[in-house]
Design a protein around this ligand. Structure first.
Ligand code: ADP
Ligand code: ZN
Ligand code: ZN
Length: 736
């Protein structure tokens, strides 16, 4: 790559990142510069020197080469945090396929607009020495107000606006020049507001048990050693959170900061409270419930060293801590760690790369590690620690039984509650204990089909079945298309058309009919869409305001309900039919997590798994809480069929409004793969229509390329990107 010109972004903390400026690189710097480095460049009419960051290089400039300005200086005192995030963006761009700007927008904090009611601050944007130099200039000029201002500014990086105007008696007219020149900037105190302020603190800690201490000591050795990633496998309730907190305490003691990723769905008040009790105001959170302003305030607090710990979902990964020491990823197997928008990054891989750049350590924790992570732990790519007993002495693992729904059917029970489950529910309610009923959302479709011809009613724009909504209309979940429930089958005209499958609402109605005295709560997309709905339902249930909680995936993630002694998993195996090579893994995870909700405290727990495939290995292994058993079965299957993590797989989704164009480009990609694969190391599958072959009238084709190694796939990906693409066709990569 030629290095004649550098693409530079300026003042990234306060300006949008889409403005890229080009500068010529003096020849003596060609070797030295790299992406993420901070440089000083002449800027604007007055050519004042401003700080900028290099985001890339080019040998072609979009401007008149004679007018282009040159980089003035390189800052050689290490790569600052913004620079590190820019390096991370460059890695993400390569790894996941996006533009540099898309990647930068993902990793850099968003600029926030100032609200008038907020307390204003003047923040120095040049170094202390530069400020003193400027001070001597204005002393010579004898401009007293500006001298007072610069004196104060060289002492303190941040000055309250009020103080400057009233105490120092410096008018805004006097420092406007400095604002224009980028010497200081006007910011807001609100940057320091804290969303979890004012809770009660309680620093009493539990005493770690043997397994926990072993895990902490082992992880601490890794931190003091090679800092390679670690996997902590700990069954639900084994006390992983306590291990994380002890590790964080040690890392903070070394003057470093920590990020804790928790899937949004599991990031409850309960969890945040546990951290707050231990670490007080040095903890903050970012989640989707905060406003954009509150969110960027938290990132700014991290950047300024006001906090040591940031808790949040996926995106908290990019918290601009100046001296990051540790990233913990709890429930590392969660699919939510993968971004659905470009760049489609995976939080685990990206955290590992960020830690590599920062010299920090990653800890992955889970009760059901992803097959990929466990495979790496087996291969020695990750350090490995495990905790196999529940932390609270009195609590033990629940007893589990599998009910074969096929037998129920044979014996004339067509309902979705087995007789055994109903009996246990009754007994549990009689004892005054609580019940969780878990419905596998992925399987329960709630679509409408014809009992004469078997056809489901489909969306006219997408290749999917329409779902029945509460108001009785049919809706497409992909494009939003709506239609009234038809009276006759659109295919054969038969009147025998009916809703199929069961949603949480229907389960709720059935439970209320069976147990009219019981208090019932339901938790699903409908009941939690209101702000705070999620927490409200969980705390009502935790406070004993209801006896039965019915829900989807949402109820099985990391909540602690000590009075729950019965967990019913209504149709455990439906996710087996969701397609994709990870179906078995998802099923195992869901059942294990759901079962883990029972008997968390002193009361013994009981779990009923209802299944149509009771002898499937995912169901069986989950019932006996046997992670290793599941893993060895699963990895054998992946080996036989050559799926990740045993080999690497590049998937390419090709889409177009015109089917022939998509098909043609998919064919060309296939030809390219065949032509380039001289060593015969690439295994090509497809192209074929995607599982959902049309969404919103856009046609979708899939192509998979497998290989033992990642590098040839990355090379192939670059070649595909350089192909002469039909502009009516779009494509998207995924590399597993
Ligand atoms: P995990 O994250 O592995 O599911 P948690 O950290 O949430 O487990 O711990 C489960 C429960 O056990 C929590 O209520 C926690 O307070 C308690 N606990 C954890 N470690 C200990 C310990 N060493 N002594 C007593 N109770 C503990
Ligand atoms: Zn029909
Ligand atoms: Zn549709």
């Amino acid at each position: 790559m030629s290095r004649q010109y550098a693409n530079v972004i300026i003042d990234i903390v306060h300006t949008a990142v889409d403005r890229v400026f080009q500068y010529e690189i003096p020849e003596e710097l060609w070797e030295e510069l790299s992406v993420g480095m901070k440089v000083r460049v002449p800027f604007g009419k007055g050519n004042r020197l401003r700080d900028g960051y290099i985001i890339g290089f080019t040998d072609k400039t979009d401007y008149d080469p004679l007018k282009i300005k040159r980089i003035a200086e390189v800052c050689r005192d290490g790569i600052p945090i913004e620079g590190q995030l820019i390096q991370l963006a460059a890695w993400m761009k390569e790894r996941y396929g996006s533009t540099m700007i898309q990647a930068l927008k993902t990793v850099l904090p968003v600029k926030r607009k100032m609200k008038t009611a907020e307390k204003k601050l003047l923040v120095r944007k040049i170094t202390e020495d530069e400020c003193r130099e400027l001070l001597s200039v204005y002393r010579r000029k004898k401009q007293k107000a500006r001298v007072r201002f610069l004196e104060a500014l060289s002492e303190d990086e941040v000055l309250p606006y009020e103080m400057v105007v009233q105490k120092l008696r410096v008018s805004s007219a006097s420092f406007r020049l400095f604002l224009e020149q980028g010497i200081c900037s006007l910011e807001t105190e609100a940057a320091l507001r804290n969303p979890i302020h004012g809770m009660e603190r309680n620093e009493s800690r539990v005493t770690l048990n043997g397994e926990q201490s072993q895990a902490v000591d082992g992880l601490w050795d890794v931190w003091n050693g090679d800092r390679c990633p670690s996997l902590l496998y700990g069954i639900t309730g084994s006390g992983k959170t306590e291990v994380y907190m002890e590790l964080i305490r040690r890392v903070i003691r070394e003057g470093k900061q920590a990020i804790v990723l928790i899937p949004e769905i599991a990031l409850t008040w309960q969890t945040v409270m546990r951290f707050y009790r231990q670490f007080g105001d040095r903890v903050s959170i970012v989640n989707s419930r905060l406003s954009a302003g509150e969110k960027s305030d938290q990132l700014e607090r991290a950047r300024r060293g006001k906090i040591d710990i940031m808790i949040g979902p996926r995106s908290a990964l990019f918290t601009p801590f100046p001296d990051l020491g540790l990233i913990i990823i709890d429930e590392e197997h969660e699919t939510a760690y993968k971004s659905e928008t470009v760049p489609r990054y995976h939080a685990v891989e990206t955290a590992i790369e960020r830690c590599r750049l920062a010299g920090a350590m990653v800890v992955l924790g889970s009760a059901t590690p992803s097959a990929a992570s466990y495979y790496k732990a087996q291969n020695g790519e990750y350090h490995y620690f495990q905790m196999k007993t529940r932390a609270r002495e009195a609590s033990s693992l629940p007893s589990v039984e599998i009910i074969d729904l096929r037998m129920e059917l044979k014996e004339g029970n067509r309902g979705i509650f087995s007789r055994r489950l109903v009996t246990l529910m009754k007994e549990t309610l009689d004892r005054g204990e609580q019940i969780l009923l878990f419905l596998n959302r992925r399987g329960y479709a709630g679509f409408v089909s014809c009992r004469s011809c078997g056809e489901a009613v489909k969306c006219p724009h997408c290749d999917v079945s329409l779902k029945v909504h509460r108001d009785g209309t049919l809706k497409c979940h992909y494009c939003g298309f709506e239609m009234p429930l038809p009276r006759k089958c659109p295919s054969c005209g038969s009147p025998y058309i009916a809703g199929f499958g069961t949603g949480t609402q229907k389960v709720e109605a059935m439970v209320r009919a069976m147990f009219p005295e019981a208090g019932v709560l339901r938790m699903d997309m409908d009941t939690t869409s209101r702000k705070g709905g999620h927490d409200a339902i969980l705390s009502a249930f935790a406070d004993g305001k209801a006896d039965i909680l019915i829900g989807t995936q949402m109820i099985v993630k990391g909540h602690d309900f000590p009075r729950v002694t019965l967990v019913g998993i209504l149709a455990a195996d439906l996710s087996l039919y969701s397609g994709g090579y990870e179906a078995g893994e998802r099923t195992f995870e869901l059942i294990t997590q759901a079962a883990g909700r029972a008997g968390r405290d002193v009361l013994p727990g009981h779990v009923v798994i209802q299944s149509y495939a009771p002898d499937n290995y995912s169901v069986e292994a989950a019932a006996s809480q046997d992670y290793e058993g599941f893993y060895w079965h699963e990895i054998l299957y992946r080996k036989l069929l050559r799926y990740p993590p045993v080999c690497k797989m590049l998937s390419l989704l090709i889409t177009s409004k015109e089917e022939e164009r998509a098909e043609k480009m998919a064919g060309r990609v296939k030809e390219l793969a065949e032509a380039e694969d001289r060593d015969g190391i690439l295994e090509l599958i497809g192209p074929a229509k995607a599982a959902v072959s049309r969404i919103n009238d856009v046609y979708r084709y899939m192509l998979y390329v497998k290989c033992e190694e990642e590098e040839p796939l990355l090379a192939f990906k670059r070649q595909v990107e350089e192909m002469d693409w039909d502009r009516q066709v779009l494509y998207q990569f995924d590399l597993e």
